[in-house]
Design a binder for this molecule. Structure first.
Ligand SMILES: Cc1ncc(COP(=O)(O)O)c(C=O)c1O
Length: 305
């Protein structure tokens, strides 16, 4: 199957109207990457695309990757591998789990993903050079993709998002986990454009993380400086940290669904969209062209039965 038949790319853009924003000439557009595919949704295809091409170029027969028990990345990897006739293997955090522990793992398993459930201590070694070399030796026919698609090729895939945006914009808002997506966006926008990143992890040193990822991926210090100068971090919208939520956030998500038919998830996109509105409501900034990148996260129910 060709990728162009499977994935809706370029993803659509949608104008989003809020009266209070219109009064201040703040235009808001949503880049609907969540509509790319039900299982390989949002930024997942962006991060996997060039990695899958690389697997084919290298003549490997499968992908090995890492994730937690509820990882969108594992689900996307399992489905993409299934579609492209590749094997998939996951190192999963939690040696108390098995492939029937939840709907996501069950579905991954149906798509042929194999698992190794490891202790939290072992999982912590996921980016360790020696640990990865041991895995490479053991799984010689597999290509290793780090947790969450955090890789050079993942970053390059995310750059395509900006090239798909035809209209001028001043800034893109995005939820930030591993930083892969926001790095790709920041590398491909121009000096007058800003990436407004909303980390969903608490107590996370974004600048340090970005420098580390980019250096590890082989980017030069100038590119690191460029990315950091184009990023504006909104660190106060994690709502307690990864997977944590509040009634205020859940009510906001419900309101967006009921009033605007916009589905958001409580882990990533709900927090980022809340941050965007809260930031502008508490400022008197006018005349901006704003893009919100919908990075997915809503797993289609039909996949999880
Ligand atoms: C739905 C969703 N949005 C945003 C992100 C954050 O993207 P990144 O890890 O590239 O910073 C993730 C994690 O991959 C995600 O699953």
């Amino acid at each position: 199957m060709q990728a162009s038949e499977l994935y809706k790319v370029p993803s659509p853009v949608q104008a989003f109207h809020l009266d209070w924003m219109k009064e201040r000439n703040l235009s808001l557009t949503i880049k609907r990457d969540d509509l790319i595919h039900d299982a390989v949704s949002g930024n997942k295809w962006r991060k996997l695309k060039f990695n899958i091409l690389q697997v084919k170029h290298l003549g490997k027969t499968g992908i090995l990757t890492f994730g937690g028990a509820y990882s969108n990345h594992l689900l996307a990897t399992a489905h993409a591998c299934y579609s492209f006739g590749l094997e998939s293997m996951a190192i999963v955090r939690g040696d108390e789990l098995n492939e029937k522990s939840n709907d996501i793992l069950r579905q991954c398993s149906k798509w042929g993903m194999q698992f190794r459930f490891v202790s939290r201590e072992e999982y912590h070694l996921k980016d360790d050079f020696e640990y990865k070399n041991e895995l490479k030796d053991e799984f010689r026919s597999h290509y290793i993709i780090p947790e969450g698609g955090k890789s050079y090729l993942g970053i390059i895939g995310c750059q395509e998002i900006v090239s798909e945006l035809q209209n001028e914009f001043d800034e893109i808002w995005v939820a930030q986990g591993t930083c892969t997506t926001s790095i790709g966006l920041a590398l491909s926008c121009n000096v007058n454009q800003t990436i407004q990143a909303v980390p969903i992890l608490k107590g996370f040193d974004v600048s340090m993380e970005i420098s580390d990822i980019m250096k590890f991926a082989g980017f030069d210090p100038e590119s690191v400086g460029q990315v950091l100068s184009r990023l504006n971090i909104h660190a106060e919208y994690h709502f307690g940290g990864y997977g944590k939520t509040t009634e205020e956030l859940l009510n906001f998500i419900l309101k967006m669904k009921e009033e605007h038919d916009l589905g958001l998830d409580p882990i990533y996109t709900g927090k980022a969209f809340f941050a965007l509105q809260d930031y502008y409501k508490n400022s008197d900034i006018e005349n901006r062209k704003i893009v919100f990148l919908h990075t997915g996260g809503l797993i289609a129910g039909s996949y999880l039965k």
